[in-house]
Design a protein around this ligand. Sequence first.
Ligand code: MG
Length: 163
Amino acid sequence: MSAAPFPPLRIGIGWDRHRMEEGRRCVLAGVEVRHASGPAGHSDGDVVLHALTDAILGAAGLDDLGTLFPDTDPRLRGAASDEFLREALARAESRGLRPVNVDIVIVADAPRIAPHRAAMRARLADLLGLPAECVNLKGKTTEVGETDRIEAYAVALLAGAPA
Ligand code: MG
């Protein structure tokens, strides 16, 4: 075997689920979607950014989202979840790690994700500093009418930046 390969590759997984509440803003992947209900939560409830942030943190071997940003912190009430992702990326960067690509599944019977998919990819690519082709995202319906909840799964691959 030769010496340890460089760059080191690190994979992380994240998952989140929120209840959908009537009259709440519906912000998913940092994009506001017109819908009668939105994810309930202490922050803006963006399940996609929560799952993705946990995937980044996990890949970097850091504490999880709920530990870093507790929902008991009054300063985080209504917080835009892109702040969480930015902080996770900064912490990963301080360990010499940057995202390579991410893949996300949003499980929702409503709203439909497809019409917003391109905007969500562009927004995530911007936040991650990646080209859009390195950010994948798809919506899946359950076909059992689970309109009262929304879930997101994310995997993120990070690589060590060359010194
Ligand atoms: Mg959450």
